[in-house]
Design a protein around this ligand. Structure first.
Ligand SMILES: Nc1ncnc2c1ncn2[C@@H]1O[C@H](COP(=O)(O)OP(=O)(O)OP(=O)(O)O)[C@@H](O)[C@H]1O
Length: 691
């Protein structure tokens, strides 16, 4: 057979070269293929057995240039099937620009994709000549193209390239027929195409088997039907929900296996009700339905079956998990810092109490670590795997306490949540409930609290059947419960119930030796290497710590965040501690002043009095008293004094308010206080002399 001469005409050389490769691959050396540009002269179109117009858009142009009797085939192009999986893999609901250098080619690609059923993406045909609104472009970050990557707008980051489109099998057949090639060729080529489809299919069936595995893993029964009710897919649980004594096979009409008439109606009804409960074999079965659509036409349904009781159990479990989330004890005994005898005794006792199941009452001022102890005790108890639920009576508004503690049933009051809500006692089941600030529990609630503790069951607000709860009680208070009992504000019987073991946690001021180690602990925790001066540490040791460890922790937090530099001194401490210091310092200073007075009297009093005396005399004689004047006057009395010493003493006298040092012109003057002091000093000196 002689070689056929074929021309491929295209506006884009890349495309014609691609077609040439494809045809050469199929027909070996049986063809001579020449590439022609559309703009070439008509004589170039002469002498071909067949002319292929690369696209519909140029078909008419090619026809005009080709000889009248020439055989021209309009090439039908298709997406390379081997690349289609790339579109399969795009998540549903995405929007993609379908990019080509010509709009018709972009539209063609969109049509090809939707024809093969890839409808899970929204396609926007795009070519460089068209303008798409910015607001639309802003929402698109995906482009699909058949080899026109260069035309994808730069802001689109994700590009799926399906490669250049290939000649469709229908065109290949047309070529074979028009060239009069033997028909075996068709089979040969079909086999080759089949191989591609098989490869594509195996990818799909791969996907399908993954999907089946996922659906089989569900405890639900799942099946898909066509519009006649024939089974097109089922997972391996379906017979559990539709017991018919035999395996249901794909292709079987499902309606003959369903005895329940209402269920058949439900499946057949195309209304918006998507789920319904049916009785099958005396069990409540929930059926969910979803229709399969192709365009606007419904062509099947997917049904999912589940046992209502399982859904309820699952809901309870989820609710329990959600509710108990966070109900865990964080602290252990190792987190309790302090080696003082006081704290060690308390910790030893708490460790022993932890192992019992007895109620514990923790007494202590605010911030002493009552909750810390409660958590540590829970963590070291037999209930450590159970929840630790903390209730703070001081923080809960009275109107909410009851429903928070005991829970409520659906419809118990306006605003009650659907399905009701378990109370904190229920949440603490098998664990510990920490009743903090129990002294603040309203009297009305104390009776119910007592009943729950005694009966070991709770009745939800609006409920009728009590729910058993196994809970250990650790209560805490900083109030004087005995006083509250005396004032009829706390129930004696409740008090005895909760304080089987009483542990008193000492305030920080009773264990000041622990302060440095607590400071170190928190400085480490805050990752700070600042150093406290001895003066600051002494101050902290002096402080009374009414807020206990919490106040100390706050102080460190303040210092770490607020103080610049590596050294923390007294005046860097928070103002309440510092003012406390100032206050103490003032008293100290006053005492010191008194002592200073005495030391002046005893030490320099002679010199002070001599100088004050000279100043008083100078004033009396209207003489300006300069330092030289004073030095000379004292020298005349055989009292030698250097200018330097005089200057220091004058400064001290001025600080004491006994003199005022003016300018050189004014000189130094004795004050009225100075005159009084001078009299006193003379008195002391005379006393000393007579002693
Ligand atoms: N010995 C301790 N060692 C380390 N940190 C402690 C110690 N005691 C208390 N704290 C810390 O002090 C803060 C207050 O402690 P906690 O809340 O346990 O006190 P509380 O007595 O329950 O206070 P309140 O009565 O105000 O509720 C917490 O941050 C806690 O970690």
């Amino acid at each position: 057979m002689s070689n056929s001469r074929i021309a491929i005409v295209s506006a884009d050389e890349r495309i014609s070269r691609n077609y040439k490769n494809q045809l050469e691959g199929l027909f070996d050396k049986e063809m001579e293929i020449i590439l022609l540009k559309l703009e070439e002269d008509p004589e170039k179109f002469l002498g071909f057995d067949l002319i292929l117009a690369a696209s519909t858009a140029i078909f008419d142009e090619v026809k005009k240039k080709a000889p009248l009797n020439a055989k021209i085939i309009n090439v039908i192009r298709n997406i390379n099937t081997l690349e289609l999986h790339k579109v399969f893999n795009i998540e549903s609901g995405n929007t993609a620009l379908v990019v080509s250098n010509y709009l018709f080619a972009a539209i063609e690609t969109v049509e090809l994709l939707t024809e093969v059923g890839l409808n899970h993406i929204k396609y926007i045909p795009y070519c460089p000549d068209i303008v798409i609104e910015q607001s639309v472009m802003d929402t698109v970050d995906l482009a699909i193209t058949a080899g026109a990557v260069d035309f994808v707008p730069p802001q689109v980051k994700r590009v799926v390239d399906l490669g250049i489109k290939v000649i469709d099998i229908s065109t290949i057949m047309e070529i074979i027929i028009s060239l009069g090639l033997p028909f075996e060729r068709v089979n040969l080529f079909s086999v080759r195409y089949m191989k591609e489809f098989i490869a594509l299919n195996s990818r799909i069936s791969d996907l399908k088997s993954k999907l089946v595995a996922v659906l089989d893993a569900s405890s639900n029964g799942i099946m898909a039907l066509d519009e006649e009710g024939n089974l097109t897919f089922k997972n391996n649980n379906i017979e559990k929900y539709l017991p018919c004594g035999k395996v249901i096979n794909e292709g079987d009409n499902i309606y003959k296996y369903i005895k329940n008439r209402q269920m058949i109606d439900f499946i057949k009804r195309y209304d918006s009700r998507e789920s319904e409960i049916f009785k099958i074999d005396n069990k409540d079965i929930m059926v969910n339905k979803n229709y399969l659509k192709s365009g606007d036409k419904i062509n099947g349904a997917v049904l999912s079956f589940s046992h209502v009781s399982e859904i309820q159990d699952m809901e309870k479990e989820i609710r329990r998990k959600l509710n108990t989330k966070g109900n865990v004890a964080k602290y252990d005994f190792a987190d309790i810092i302090g080696l003082s005898k006081n704290i060690k005794t308390v910790t030893d006792m708490a460790k022993k109490a932890a192992k019992t199941n007895l109620s514990v009452l923790l007494l202590g001022e605010n911030g002493t670590g009552k909750e810390l102890y409660a958590q540590a005790m829970h963590k070291n108890s037999l209930r450590k795997e159970g929840p630790f639920v903390a209730v703070n009576f001081a923080a809960l508004p009275e109107s909410l306490i009851e429903s928070e503690l005991f829970g409520y049933e659906e419809g118990a009051f306006t605003g009650a949540k659907k399905g009701g809500k378990p109370g904190l006692f229920e949440l603490a089941h098998m664990g510990t409930i920490f009743l903090d600030e129990i002294g603040d529990a309203p009297l009305s609630l104390q009776a119910r609290l007592l009943r729950v503790i005694q009966e070991k069951e709770v009745l939800r607000v609006g409920g009728i059947s009590p729910i058993p709860v196994d809970v250990r009680i650790i209560a805490a208070t900083n109030s004087n419960l005995k006083r509250l009992i005396h004032d009829n504000l706390f129930r004696r019987d409740l008090y005895y119930r909760i304080n089987t073991i009483t542990i008193r946690i000492p305030p920080l001021r009773e264990r000041k030796e622990d302060i440095p180690s607590i400071i170190r602990y928190y400085m480490n925790m805050y990752n700070s290497d600042k150093i406290f001066t001895d003066r600051a540490i002494n101050k902290l040791l002096e402080h009374n710590w009414p807020g206990n460890v919490r106040e100390l922790e706050n102080m460190i937090n303040y210092v770490v965040k607020i103080v610049d530099g590596a050294i923390v001194d007294i005046d860097d401490l928070p103002v309440d501690i510092y003012e406390d210091y100032e206050e103490a310092n003032k008293v100290q200073q006053e005492r010191q002043n008194e002592a200073d007075d005495v030391s002046i009297n005893k030490g320099d009093v002679r010199m002070y009095s001599l100088i004050l005396n000279e100043l008083e005399n100078a004033e009396k004689s209207y003489v300006r008293a300069s330092r030289t004047y004073i030095v000379e006057r004292l020298a005349q009395k055989d009292i030698p004094i250097t200018d330097n010493i005089l200057r220091r003493i004058l400064k001290e006298l001025e600080e004491l308010g006994l003199i005022s040092i003016g300018s050189t012109k004014q000189g130094t003057r004795i004050t009225p206080k100075g005159k009084t002091s001078l009299r006193k000093m003379i008195g002391i000196l005379n006393d000393d002399e007579t002693d």
